[in-house]
Design a protein around this ligand. Structure first.
Ligand code: SF4
Ligand code: SF4
Length: 305
């Protein structure tokens, strides 16, 4: 059993406590308008072309006569043989993901154990939605725990609770996204209702999981004081404040560069960044949102630039 891992970030400091290695797995059941990792939307392996590295030499087209003049090929016709990648000498063409087994992943995760031990860090699994790979995650987390690593799962929460039950014994911390409580706007912004996400987080709190909730603050979408107030009430009434803290994540536009023609996928890719040019929140505004929660007795963390 292998999982499609599209990125491995070493020495990460924002994905849980201490210094960490973060594995990003492909595949996500949500399609958030502000998705930071559009390369993770589809679970299957893909061929990608990073435009900035392409010198237009045509070697890939010579290796694969099925490629059209824009160097694309519908997924249904691509055998993933990799000949176009071998032909490309600039590294512009590459597979979107590495396929790694739980054993390979746990071994890679253990390489920086010294740094984890010194900093109180460990390994984090993110995505996409890493828990769409339920069997892989259960097995990999168990191996990581057997190696003495602190384990964190970064999740959107939109998976069957059965999956949480499988990984719970091997997960030290969940970073759990709560985007917005209004079910209709949640559906509009992410493509899915939030009832499963909310029932899962309640069940996790009841099961004694260590939870840090995270709210991506998208200007005009999820950062209204009323919405933050509603999340605060949910934490008090439904979770009985049984979380380690809530983190408010300031908006940034870094993801926009991953859209459009910067990276071409054989099958079209994520298209243009769907949000307009939004301005990140000021420190003062985030402090105001933070106070709404801290005034309720909820522990809040926010990092601003
Ligand atoms: S991986 Fe796909 S696009 Fe590349 S040579 Fe093989 S069939 Fe053609
Ligand atoms: S993707 Fe690589 S092989 Fe194909 S035209 Fe660009 S540089 Fe040449």
């Amino acid at each position: 059993m292998k999982a499609e891992i599209f990125d491995i970030k070493r020495y990460a400091v924002h994905d849980g406590p201490g210094i960490r290695t973060t594995f990003f797995l492909k595949g996500c059941p949500l399609h958030c308008l502000w998705c930071q990792n559009p390369e993770s939307m589809h679970r299957e392996q893909e061929i990608v072309l990073t435009q900035i590295k392409c010198i237009g030499c045509g070697a890939c087209k010579a290796a694969c006569n099925k490629l059209d003049n824009t160097l694309r090929l519908p997924k249904s016709q691509c055998t993933l043989c990799g000949k176009c990648i071998e032909a490309c000498k600039t590294g512009a063409r590459h597979f979107a993901a590495k396929l790694l087994s739980p054993e390979e992943t746990a071994m890679l995760a253990s390489e920086d154990k010294l740094f984890y031990d010194l900093s109180g860090g460990g390994v984090t699994f993110s995505g996409g939605e890493c828990l769409t790979h339920a069997q892989f995650m259960e097995h990999t987390l168990r191996l990581c725990k057997e190696s003495g690593l602190h384990t964190t799962v970064d999740t959107c929460g939109f998976v069957p609770f059965e999956t949480f039950k499988r990984v719970l014994p091997y997960t030290d911390l969940f970073l759990y996204d709560i985007k917005i409580l209004d079910p209709l706007r949640h559906k509009e912004y992410t493509g899915q209702h939030n009832s499963l996400i909310l029932s899962n987080v309640k069940a996790l709190a009841l099961a004694g999981a260590n939870l840090i909730l995270r709210v991506p603050l998208i200007p005009g979408y999820t950062d209204n004081p009323e919405d933050i107030n509603a999340i605060g009430d949910f934490i008090l009434q439904e979770l009985h404040n049984d979380i380690l803290r809530i983190e408010l994540l300031q908006y940034n536009r870094l993801a926009a560069s991953k859209y459009g023609n910067s990276t071409i996928y054989n099958d079209g890719g994520p298209g243009e960044y769907p949000l307009p040019d939004l301005t990140p929140q000021t420190k003062e505004y985030i402090s105001h949102l933070s106070r709404i929660l801290s005034d309720k007795g909820i522990s809040v963390f926010c990092e601003t630039i």
